[in-house]
Design a protein around this ligand. Structure first.
Ligand code: SF4
Length: 496
């Protein structure tokens, strides 16, 4: 267990969000607790390591943060540079201090992303470039002050370049997200708003009617603007029967101006939901990008993770989509799935290379709260140690995707991601997903409809800092249906 003791409850509230992820990154699978200790007098007994436990005592002074671990004491000064608040500056200093303490003081090796704990390292780099005035200066700060490895810094810079060219060629407007929270079965690692068709299929019609109402009530709120990109996700939208899928698209085209949409994506994640009839509906309504997600091409793993399909079905679904005329097909895989190592991952990559998709999104397994996987780990049914992603795995995947003619164009990190690495979206030239880039860089407002969907309004005043306001729909299907007028009202207020 890692125990972080803050010198008072106010500091705990302000800074535990910065301290906990660093400890978790160094000690994956270890329990990390944070406490406030207003009364305790700082002495050796308060800060000693107890058995295998590690205790970090944090003390905040004017312009200084100190950490005590056992006999050791380290400190860092807080530098104000005019670009952030005092709290932001303290948070930054605390992360750097904890990083160096855990890396050198406790003889742990470094982490690929250093002390960056946010989900969007490329966004962080783009802010650094603005602040430092050049890419070179920003890279220096990233590597020397934030301890990011050279390799990851170069990866972030190449993704930054790609994103800049995508964003520069894009018209102004907003993006539209529609969530369909139904799946044929629930995957072991899933933490999305998703409900199995077998248990919740009876609610689909009411859900689609509520969604239609939300579209009707919100379509006019971005006055005169039309969506730049539309993304239908979930869940697995193609889990809907063709007639219901048709109802969804009919509603969408009735309320929104789709004439200027530059990219229209529909997730078709489960190959067992992709038949000719459904593909024909998608095509008829102008979907031009789909995502067929095998996650792995190893049948035993597919069974373990609760996906009721085979690698053969993935191949058949892929060919069916190509034959139906889809020329932008993304595939998702996950590294670090239970019982998978280099051999299994290479089998997946070999099978996917033969299919020649246009884009590949490579995730590292994240053990999320509320997922069946997390429950299994808690029940000691499965060891965290059997789940790991090595640098060797990442390098092998990168070699395969380069051979497939793809380049990295977006990346993000997730909380609790295995081995603290990143998810990378690769694509062939011209097959980059606009929606993925704008959600990562937060350059456009997102109107998001459906259970669990999160709308964001981006205020991009060139004279002021960019600010973002968000509004979450309720996740639970029954609550979403019952409270649909409230969901629409919240969005009208957000965009008013
Ligand atoms: S297909 Fe995706 S949304 Fe559906 S259960 Fe699996 S991980 Fe969750």
């Amino acid at each position: 267990m890692i125990k972080i003791i803050f010198d008072n409850s106010e500091n705990k509230e302000l800074f535990e969000g910065a301290a906990i992820p660093i400890c978790r990154a160094f000690y994956p699978g270890e329990e990390v607790v944070s406490l406030a200790d207003d009364e305790r007098v700082l002495d050796d007994s308060a800060i000693r390591s107890e058995g295998d436990n590690i205790t970090l005592y944090l003390k905040f002074e004017v312009g200084m943060v100190r950490v005590f671990t056992g006999e050791r004491e380290s400190a860092v000064s807080v530098e104000l540079d005019g670009t952030r608040s005092m709290t932001g500056a303290v948070r930054d200093s605390l992360k750097k201090l904890l990083y160096t303490t855990l890396e050198s003081g406790l003889d742990k090796g470094g982490l690929p992303w250093g002390c960056l704990t946010g989900v969007r390292p490329v966004h962080f780099l783009s802010k650094l470039i603005k602040k430092e005035g050049s890419e070179q200066a920003a890279l220096k700060v990233l590597c020397e002050e934030y301890h990011v490895s050279d390799k990851k810094a170069r990866l972030a810079l190449s993704v930054y370049h790609k994103q800049q060219s995508i964003l520069n060629g894009m018209r102004k407007g907003y993006s539209l997200y529609i969530g369909i929270p139904f799946c044929p079965s629930i995957c072991m690692y899933c933490s999305f708003a998703s409900y199995s068709m077998s248990a919740y299929g009876g609610m689909v019609d009411k859900y689609l009617e509520a969604l239609r109402r939300e579209m009707e009530e919100t379509a006019g709120i971005l006055r005169g603007e039309s969506p730049v990109s539309v993304y239908i996700g979930g869940g697995t939208p193609t889990a809907l029967e063709p007639k219901r899928l048709e109802f969804l698209f009919e509603s969408l085209t009735k309320y929104f101006d789709m004439s200027k949409v530059e990219e229209f994506t529909c997730e078709a994640g489960r190959p067992d939901t992709m038949d000719d009839e459904r593909l024909a509906v998608l095509k008829r309504y102008g979907v031009d990008r789909i995502s067929v997600n095998p996650q792995t091409m190893n049948e035993p793993t597919l069974r373990i993770i609760g996906r009721h399909h085979t690698p053969r079905q993935v191949e058949e679904a892929f060919h069916r989509a190509r034959n139906a005329g889809f020329d932008n097909i993304n595939m998702d895989i996950i590294m670090g799935l239970p019982e998978e190592g280099m051999y299994e991952l290479e089998r997946t990559m070999t099978a996917l290379s033969l299919l020649e998709p246009d884009a590949l999104t490579v995730h590292s397994l994240a053990i999320k709260k509320g997922s069946l996987l997390k429950e299994k780990i808690l029940e000691h049914d499965m060891s965290v140690l059997s789940l790991n992603v090595t640098e060797q795995m990442q390098d092998m995947v990168a070699k395969y995707v380069a051979g497939m003619g793809m380049e990295p164009y977006y990346l993000y990190r997730q909380k609790r991601i295995t081995d603290n690495i990143e998810n990378i979206g690769y694509a062939k030239s011209g097959k980059y997903s606009i929606y993925n880039v704008v959600t990562m860089e937060e350059t456009q407002s997102i109107l998001a409809l459906g259970a669990g969907a999160v709308s964001k309004r981006v205020y991009d005043d060139p004279d002021r800092k960019r600010t973002i306001e968000r509004c979450d729909n309720v996740k639970e299907i029954a609550a979403y249906i019952d409270r649909i007028d409230e969901m629409a009202k919240r969005k009208r207020e957000l965009f008013s």
